[in-house]
Design a protein around this ligand. Sequence first.
Ligand code: C2E
Ligand code: MG
Ligand code: MG
Length: 736
Amino acid sequence: MPVARPIRPKKRRVAAQRTRRWLKAAPKLGLRARPGSATGDALRDCSDGETALAEARKAHDRLHEAIDLLPQGIVFFDAEGRFVLWNRKYAEIYNATSHMFRPGARFEDIVRAGVAQECYPEAKGREEEWITERMAQFAKPTNRREVTLTDGRCLLIEERATKDGGVVGLRVDITELKQREASFRLLFESNPVPMIVCEIDTKRVVGVNEAALAHYGYPREKFEKLTIHDIQAFEPDLPWDGDQSIDERNARTWQHTKADGSLIDVAVYSRRLTFEERPAALLALMDITERKRAEAHLAFAAQHDNLTGLANRALLCRQLDDRLIHTRRNRKKVAVLFLNLDGFKAINDTLGHGIGDRVLVGVARRLQSVLREEDSIARLGSDEFAIVQSDVTRPEDAALLAERLLMTNSDPYVFDGHTVMCGASIGIAIGPGDGEDADKLLKNANMALSRAKSEGRGVFSFFEADMDARAQKRRHIEMELRAAIDDGALQAHYQPLIDLKSGRITGAEALVRWPHPVRGTVSPAEFIPVAEETGLINPIGNLMLRRACMDAASWPGDARVAVNLSPLQFRVGNLLAMVMDALKQSGLPPRRLELEITETLLLEKSDHVLATLHALRALGVRISMDDFGTGYSSLSYLRSFPFDKIKIDRSFVSDLAANHEAHAIVRSIISLGMSLGVTITAEGVETEAELGCLRAEGCHEAQGFLFSRARPNAEIVQLLAAQHAVLGSAQPAVMG
Ligand code: C2E
Ligand code: MG
Ligand code: MG
């Protein structure tokens, strides 16, 4: 235990003492007497004493002035612990006892006076003990401590022994600093945001606030033993590695592990500080787990179809563009397969949207199941899907995938006892080549899809360069056709049907004619497919049906009129009502109306179609199977519905004389018709030779240029009137 040094009393003149002390203190303070100066010589040469004294006083005053400028309190003591020199700030700090300050005054006496005046709250009740401790500190070579004075001020005291056994002391008023520290501590401790202080060198958590304890669930003793790595789930970099800003933009996102093992996403705002004299970081930790989850959910929703969970068009386009960039490097290609369900609308209309949705989800699953990891799929619209196939080297790769996709979708779907068949058609475009970007490739694949649909559905088709031009032509036709319908420009012509036994005209087929102001008469073979694609077939079909019934109602005799129906007219749902209305308006007896349908209508095996056909037949209307023999399984269709008439397709008739197989086919169709009791009509009869063959085989009826082309109604009326007048003629009534 160090004890206060004994102080030997000395009697000297005050001025000499001050000078001597100053001379001792001067080198310590960095002030040197100039060599050969009066000060340096003062003690050695007593005769120059007065001058020396004057010089010394001057230097002392200068020093005094200099230290008075210091913002800290400074004080010098001699080896006996007596005051030598102090500045104004020092006197200000100890204003309660400063009146006692004078050179030679004992530090201990001043301390005692301070204690007596209760300047030191720490000393209260243990005054002597405190003074002894204080003096022991004073005697140490260095000593640094903080003291709080009774008036609330806080001082940092630093004392150091000087070489000559004295002491130099510094006093810094740290009241404000302490207040700031205290408010910082309060801000930290009671902050609702979880915060930790972490030592930069060791990564040790050295302080945590209540909010952090509550949020993370670790007890304080445990938390303050962890390092920042212990709570971090992944992210290895630390927030103070980069910008130290507390700005939101510079927040980092970490994943932290809570005490219960759960992971949370945390935005970390960091700021460097010094904690217990070591570099540390204050980390404010905002739990953004929920926000991230919501953001992820929104991001997913923005890029996916919410029914099937597949990507949407925007995401697919992005993926496709990425793949296209890739192909430039690896020289492989990307195929886009645009898939559309066949007859989906009918499913929706007849079974309801609930089943429709389930079909879509089922289709999405099946399509996905045949794709590789690197392929992607999206739902683009109601029943439209697109598949992006990567690493395509030959078109056959895409064809194989298309076949697999069609195959997987060909099995029926069964929901709540409903068996739903839902085929598909696919258009394929391959890039780069058929398009350099996602938009173009999708557009061209869609164009190829139109081709596939028109080729009979359930197939796939590749994009071809001229499809674009054709598509434009189609759009042009559509526009003009619309105008023609609105203007009432479409006409009905009638091609006679001849009974081969009697040679009489038994009826006439209504064929639509479009007299175009520039192109002459446009063939229905050209515009009917466009009308079917665009839905214009419904107004055209309606128009033809009404016109044909009206015209036929005013024909002489009881010749029938045949009207062609497109499969699309059955989808609209009001076909039966339309037919009944046309009959009613015209007054034509139903038995004089024949409706021609093609095999494509029966492809779908739809109950709705069959029901409509039966209902029409029940009205007394006759139903004909047109273009027989061109479909895939013509014979099987004969089983599905009791047709009144079969029209052998022109392609068999035109080959009759020359082609042995065609002849055999025609013969078997005729005998089939006979045994079923169905009228057989041969289409496209152009020559006498063909007519001879058909007659020989026992064909009932014929139609063709040999007899007549389709003619305007007025001409048909004349022909029928003439026939009416010459009843029973055995010769064909009309010749082309
Ligand atoms: P389709 O129903 O098989 O009609 C017979 C087609 O064969 C008609 O062609 C007719 O002019 C043509 N034709 C008749 N005899 C001969 C012949 O001896 N030789 C040749 N080479 N051709 C002959 P068109 O008028 O060009 O009609 C083509 C197709 O357009 C029709 O075939 C039918 O499927 C469709 N079509 C015509 N009018 C309508 C209509 O009002 N509604 C619907 N849905 N389709 C129609
Ligand atoms: Mg026809
Ligand atoms: Mg035909």
